[in-house]
Design a protein around this ligand. Structure first.
Ligand SMILES: [Fe+2]
Length: 200
């Protein structure tokens, strides 16, 4: 006789998305920045990170005003979200911002952004086979012979359209699979910090 065992889901994770207003305008500007970085002056930090691809400096919102403007468009939506969902976050502030571009065979290892609210703008991704993947932080103690009839998953693969912004808890691990195509894959990342010190 076998004992009936019930399952109870204990944690869930949400990722939100929206389309960036004025995306076509910003897309051209981001591509111009990449041309400048490739041909005139690279601002990429020397220290290696988990993005095994090309990128601008972590503070690109200070270097390129258009990146700050994009962050402001995002912040309007984030504030709207905080208000609508009833979160107790009086103020959010941009902390870091950079552009990533993945040439052939470039990728990003699983990593997280720490204690921030992370936004990723998908600038030019539809024609490459590289995938944005969320990786579960959990260690798998029990592994199944197959994955049928379970709600457990270590990976969640996104297939966003150009112009989509996703935002998520920056402590959630994510990665980008290798770009096997000949097209360059472009994204931009924005880390916001909730500020609870503001008087309300
Ligand atoms: Fe990242």
């Amino acid at each position: 006789m076998t004992t009936k065992i019930s399952k109870h889901t204990i944690f869930t994770e949400e990722v939100c998305s929206f389309t960036l207003p004025n995306f076509d305008f910003y897309k051209d500007k981001i591509k111009q920045i990449i041309k400048v970085e490739e041909n005139i002056l690279s601002s990429a930090p020397e220290k290696k990170c988990n993005v095994i691809a090309q990128r601008t400096s972590w503070n690109s919102h200070l270097r390129y005003p258009i990146m700050y403007n994009i962050s402001e468009e995002m912040a309007v939506v984030l504030r709207q979200y905080v208000e609508l969902e009833g979160y107790d976050v009086p103020h959010i502030e941009l902390f870091q911002c950079w552009i990533n571009w993945y040439n052939k065979d470039e990728y990003a290892n699983p990593h997280d952004h720490g204690d921030v609210l992370s936004c990723v703008l998908f600038v030019d991704v539809e024609e490459t086979d590289a995938k944005f993947i969320f990786n579960s932080n959990r260690r798998t103690v029990l592994q199944k012979k197959d994955d049928k009839a379970t709600n457990f998953s270590n990976l969640k693969i996104l297939t966003p359209k150009n112009g989509t912004v996703i935002f998520f808890d920056g402590s959630v691990m994510h990665s980008v699979s290798p770009n096997r195509s000949d097209k360059t894959r472009i994204t931009a990342a924005f880390n916001f910090r909730p500020d609870y010190q503001v008087k309300r």
